[in-house]
Ligand binder design. Structure first.
Ligand SMILES: [Cu+2]
Length: 142
């Protein structure tokens, strides 16, 4: 019998303490957001500006692709823009069959024009200018 009383007393005490603790922590959490919210706001703009400039454009000139290698996130699109005064044909490796990544067979891009390719799977995608096969580039998708 005394054992049961001790257990009951411990349980009741535990309940009282936990209720007191919960109501106490509720008051604390309702006070802290006002203090902590000022800290994330000051650090947020720096991370936002880093992510705001993704390199998702590949320029094509007589000298080749620029940048030659870029890394993008899954689902991101890459714009291939012809900045040259001559035609360029962007195709998947290997030259001349272009069978590795059919979605990357962009084809003819006239001077001043651009074409967009969306990358939906992770991997390394190599391509070249079909008119100048020595001009190559790589898109890495993470
Ligand atoms: Cu080719």
């Amino acid at each position: 019998m005394p054992r049961n009383l001790v257990i009951a007393a411990v349980v009741i005490l535990f309940l009282i303490v936990s209720v007191w603790f919960l109501t106490r922590s509720d008051k604390q959490t309702s006070q802290t957001p006002a203090e902590t919210s000022t800290i994330p706001e000051s650090s947020a703009p720096s991370t936002a500006s880093d992510a705001a400039v993704p390199v998702d454009k590949v320029s094509i000139t007589a000298g080749g692709f620029s940048p030659k290698a870029i890394t993008v996130k899954i689902g991101q699109s890459v714009i291939f823009e012809n900045m040259d005064s001559a035609n360029h044909i962007v195709n998947s490796d290997p030259h001349p069959t272009h069978t590795m990544y059919s979605f990357l067979n962009v084809g003819l891009i006239k001077p001043g024009e651009s074409k967009t390719v969306m990358f939906e799977k992770t991997g390394q995608y190599t391509f070249h200018d079909h008119l100048n096969p020595s001009l190559t580039g790589t898109v890495t998708v993470e």
